[in-house]
Design a protein around this ligand. Structure first.
Ligand SMILES: Nc1ncnc2c1ncn2[C@@H]1O[C@H](COP(=O)(O)OP(=O)(O)OP(=O)(O)O)[C@@H](O)[C@H]1O
Ligand SMILES: [Mg+2]
Length: 454
C-alpha cells in the first residue's frame, strides 16, 4: 500500500488517469501538477470549464495519498457545496472500485473506512469563519469553490492554518467580485500562488453557442461576458448604478423566505418586450414569470393566479402588488383591483408611474428613486436573487446621470435600449417588487428603519 501511495503522491495526473479513468484537459493537468508542487493554487475562469471536476479529483487524490489527512471544503451556498461539489466527488468516486472500497461517501463527508475520525474530507458552507477554523494537521488541503463569493473572514480563518509544509489551498471560481482574497490572489498576492485563467471560449467543454449567445446578447466587452466567458474580473464602471459584483453577491446568498409578499409587474408595451411578474418574500426574490405578446386580461389572470398561489404556499393573509401603471399597465391595474376584490383577497394594488414625483428631491423622478432604493439593498447585502444571466445583465448595465438642476436621473429607456440592444424589463419588475409603495402605517416596524424610508 505504501508503495502505491508513494507512486501517486506527487503525480496527481497519473492518479486521475489510472485510478479515476478520466483524462484531464491540458489546463486541468497543469493545475493538478501545480497543486502537487505548490502550497497555493488559484484558478479563475468562465462558466463550465471543469473547475469543480478538478477540485473533486484533487480531493480524492489528496485523500488517497496522504494518511490521516483532513480536507475542509467550502463554497458560498449549500447548493454549491453539497449539490454541486459533493455530487461531483460522488460521480468520480463511483468510477473506482478501489476508492469505493477504501472510502465512504456521505452527504457532507468522505471518510477513510480504516480511520473515519482522522482521515477525511468534509463539506461546510462558508456562512461562518468558525466553520473553517481549527484545522491543524500535517496533511491539510483546503478547497474553496466559487471562491469569489466567499468572505475574507472565512479566508483569514483558513490562512492561519496554512503553516505545515504539506498544507495546501485550492481556490477556484468565476471572478465575480472586484475585491476580496480571490481577486488579491491574482494581483497583490500573486507571488504566493500558482495562478491560471481559463476562457470558456477556449474550452472544449463549453459550447460555442453559449459563448456566442452571451457575446451577441451583452457585447464582447460587457461585464457579463468578461466574467462568464473570459474569466476576467468585472470592470467597475463609475456611472453604472448597480455594479455586477453586487448582483453576483446577491445571487450567491441563501434564500430566506420570511417577510411580506410583494409582486412587481412590468407590463410589455411593445411587440418584443417581455411582461415580467416578479414576486419576492421579504428580501428574497422568487423566480420570475415572463412572456411576450399577451393581452392585459391574460396578464391580470396570471397575476391573480400567482398571488393566490404564493399566499397559500407561504401561509400569508395579505400581499402587495406594484404595477407599472404607464401605458397599457393602467388597464391591468384597474382590472386587477376588481378581480382581487371579487375574490375577497386582501391585496393592495399600487399603480406606479416611472415619471412620477420622487419623495426625495435629489431624484428627478419616481423610477430613479426606486432604482436607487434597490441599489441600497444590494449595497447593504440584504437582497437575495435567484441566478439569472439576463437579469444580471439588465441590472448591471443601467446607468444614471446628473440633470442640469443637479438631480440624479436614470438613463432613459430609449437610450438604454439603443446602447444595450434590449429592454430592461426584468430589472424593472424587480425594482417594482422592491419599490417603497406600502402605506406608511402598514409595514412592521423593522422596515421603517431601512434606508429607503427617507
Ligand atoms: N476532463 C474531464 N473529463 C470528463 N468530464 C469532465 C472533465 N472536466 C470536467 N468534466 C465534466 O464537465 C462538466 C462541467 O464541469 P464542472 O462542473 O467541473 O465545470 P465548472 O468550471 O466547475 O463550471 P461552473 O463555472 O458552472 O462552476 C461536469 O459534469 C464535469 O464532471
Ligand atoms: Mg463549478
Amino acid at each position: 500500500m505504501e508503495q502505491v501511495l508513494e507512486k501517486f503522491r506527487d503525480e496527481p495526473v497519473t492518479f486521475v488517469k489510472e485510478i479515476l479513468g478520466a483524462t484531464p484537459d491540458t489546463w486541468q493537468a497543469e493545475a493538478l501538477n501545480a497543486l502537487a508542487g505548490n502550497p497555493r493554487v488559484a484558478i479563475r475562469s468562465g462558466h463550465g470549464v471543469g473547475k469543480t471536476a478538478l477540485e473533486s479529483w484533487s480531493i480524492l487524490w489528496f485523500l488517497f495519498t496522504r494518511p490521516f489527512c483532513k480536507i475542509p471544503c467550502t463554497a458560498p451556498t449549500q447548493q454549491q457545496i453539497y449539490k454541486i461539489l459533493w455530487s461531483e466527488i460522488s460521480k468520480w468516486l463511483k468510477r473506482s472500485p478501489l476508492l469505493n472500497e477504501l472510502f465512504e461517501w456521505k452527504k457532507t463527508e468522505v471518510r477513510f473506512r480504516g480511520a473515519p475520525e482522522r482521515w477525511l474530507a468534509i463539506a461546510k458552507t462558508a456562512a461562518r469563519p468558525e466553520n473553517m477554523a481549527g484545522f491543524h494537521e500535517e496533511h491539510l488541503l483546503f478547497v474553496l469553490d466559487e471562491a469569489s463569493g466567499i468572505d475574507d473572514g472565512i479566508f483569514e480563518a483558513i490562512e492561519g492554518a496554512l503553516t505545515t509544509p504539506d498544507a495546501k489551498l485550492l481556490i477556484c471560481g468565476n471572478p465575480t467580485r472586484n475585491s476580496g482574497f480571490f481577486k488579491r490572489a491574482f494581483f497583490e498576492d500573486r507571488e504566493l500562488y500558482h495562478t491560471q485563467k481559463i476562457s470558456s471560449a477556449d474550452s472544449g467543454r463549453v459550447s460555442n453557442e453559449y459563448c456566442r449567445r452571451l457575446i451577441k446578447q451583452y457585447g464582447n466587452d460587457s461585464d457579463v461576458v468578461r466574467v462568464r466567458v473570459y474569466g476576467e474580473f468585472p470592470k467597475t464602471e463609475a456611472d453604472g448604478l448597480i455594479a455586477l459584483e453586487l448582483v453576483e453577491a446577491a445571487m450567491s446568498r441563501e434564500p430566506v423566505y420570511l417577510g411580506e409578499l410583494v409582486i412587481g409587474v412590468d407590463v410589455a408595451r411593445f411587440g418584443n418586450d417581455e411582461t415580467v411578474i416578479q414576486p419576492r418574500i421579504g428580501n428574497t426574490a422568487l423566480l420570475l414569470e415572463n412572456y411576450r405578446k399577451a393581452d392585459t386580461m391574460t396578464t391580470v389572470g396570471r397575476i391573480v393566479h400567482k398571488v393566490s398561489e404564493l399566499m397559500k404556499k407561504f401561509s400569508l393573509n395579505r400581499a402587495r402588488i406594484n404595477v407599472d401603471d404607464d401605458g397599457v399597465g393602467g388597464g391591468v391595474t384597474d382590472r386587477l383591483r376588481e378581480v382581487l376584490h371579487e375574490k375577497n383577497l386582501s391585496v393592495e394594488v399600487h399603480g406606479c408611474h416611472n415619471g412620477g414625483k420622487a419623495r426625495d428631491s435629489h431624484y428627478a423622478n419616481w423610477a430613479t428613486e426606486s432604482w436607487f432604493a434597490l441599489r441600497d439593498r444590494f449595497v447593504s447585502g440584504e437582497i437575495i436573487l435567484p441566478r439569472d444571466d439576463e437579469l444580471t445583465a439588465q441590472l448591471s448595465t443601467r446607468k444614471y446621470l446628473l440633470t442640469s438642476s443637479d438631480k440624479l436621473i436614470l438613463e432613459d429607456k430609449k437610450t438604454y435600449k439603443k446602447r444595450c440592444g434590449r429592454s430592461p424589463d426584468r430589472a424593472d419588475a424587480l425594482v417594482l417588487a422592491f419599490a417603497p409603495t406600502a402605506i406608511m402605517t402598514a409595514p412592521p416596524k423593522f422596515t421603517l428603519v431601512q434606508s429607503y424610508w427617507r
